[in-house]
Design a binder for this molecule. Structure first.
Ligand SMILES: NC(=O)c1ccc[n+]([C@@H]2O[C@H](COP(=O)([O-])OP(=O)(O)OC[C@H]3O[C@@H](n4cnc5c(N)ncnc54)[C@H](OP(=O)(O)O)[C@@H]3O)[C@@H](O)[C@H]2O)c1
Length: 315
């Protein structure tokens, strides 16, 4: 029997897409859920918040290790900046303590672990940030992800476990509120006010799924394969402003560019501190080891907005 791949956090944006992508590659998948109505043989229940002090209930841990998964992708997290800022203790409990406990158990059982992290472990002062750049997160969210990376690396060193950390920049997918909101307003002839002084280096959800499938297949085939271990980064090859992104959306749907009225993040009153200047990461290793090239930010937006995967270069 083919051992299943465990996806932790199977109802989230990336977890659901990863589970679907792995299934489409013919791999059996078990994806955890916090929704009682979805629980079943392939949908074990897991609430990391219920792991008091990081200690899992015995039945929850046993359910995850049943059939010794061929690999595990850890997608569950408090992944919103505001949620982390408003309750840092809970974010730490879920993103660091419980996640590290789970990863330790999996690796100790010989299960290769793929952990999702973020560009926000860096301070955002260096474009195309190399993987070994010093970590200096500026947000509570980033600090929990840095602490998780460090805890997982320590656990991997202790048990000799196969561990891959995949850092991602902003992931865009069809139907997300930002892009959908822009396209709906522009199509209706209404103005939009994107930030001219806040940047992104976006990647498409489909590319994230492809990278996770590659890393999973590598670890499944040979947990000792160096191409399935260590630090990986997936990012567009450059940063653009949200205003640039809005112009690309407008061009792709044929809307009036005059409807775009850029503003400053400071005018919106949403942020208390200036955003980081850069988010882009150096993604050379995924290209070298797995043939996954970094897209331009323009291509990502075109692909997500109008499904134009052939788009490339500056428009
Ligand atoms: N999306 C991005 O742009 C991006 C960029 C960089 C890194 N990442 C990282 O990628 C990972 C996935 O992000 P995402 O965008 O897919 O986030 P998401 O849509 O918010 O999904 C997070 C998942 O975690 C689950 N979860 C939250 N708290 C949990 C708990 N206490 N116990 C069990 N499960 C819990 C959620 O369950 P419910 O569905 O029940 O709420 C959800 O399925 C995160 O580690 C994030 O830091 C994401």
């Amino acid at each position: 029997m083919t051992r299943p791949v465990l996806v932790v956090g199977g109802d989230g944006l990336i977890g659901a897409a990863a589970a679907a992508g792995l299934a489409a590659h013919g791999l059996p998948v078990r994806a955890t859920t916090r929704r009682r109505s979805l629980v079943g043989a392939d949908r074990p229940w897991l609430d990391l918040d219920a792991w008091a002090d990081g200690v899992p209930a015995a039945d929850a841990a046993a359910a995850l290790l049943a059939d010794r998964p061929a690999a595990a992708i850890l997608c569950a997290a408090v992944a919103r900046l505001e949620a982390c800022r408003s309750d840092p203790a809970r974010a730490g409990r879920i993103n660091v303590t419980a996640t590290a406990t789970l990863a330790h158990r999996l690796m100790a059982a010989g299960v290769p672990v793929i952990f999702l992290s973020t560009n926000q472990v860096f301070d955002g002062r260096t474009p195309r940030c190399p993987p070994d750049h010093p970590l200096a997160p500026g947000t509570v969210y980033g600090r929990t992800k840095m602490a998780a990376e460090q805890a997982l690396r320590a656990a991997a060193a202790k048990v000799g476990g196969p561990l891959a950390i995949l850092r991602l920049t902003k992931v865009l997918a069809p139907g997300q509120p930002l892009l959908t909101g822009w396209t709906e307003r522009l199509r209706a002839g209404a103005p939009i006010a994107p930030f001219h002084d806040m940047t992104l280096a976006p990647i498409a959800l489909g590319l994230v799924t492809a990278a996770l499938v590659r890393l999973t297949e590598t670890a499944r085939a040979d947990p000792e394969d160096a191409r399935g271990r260590g630090l990986f980064q997936l990012s567009a090859d450059d940063d653009i402003s949200y205003a640039d992104a809005a112009h690309q959306v407008a061009r792709r749907i044929g809307a009036d560019l005059g409807l775009i009225r850029p503003c400053s993040w400071a005018d919106a009153g949403l942020l208390t501190e200036p955003p980081a200047r850069y988010s882009s990461l150096d993604g050379a290793r995924l290209r070298t080891d797995h043939g996954i090239a970094q897209p331009t930010p323009w291509r990502t937006i075109a692909e997500v907005v109008v499904g134009d995967s052939a788009a490339r270069g500056r428009p």
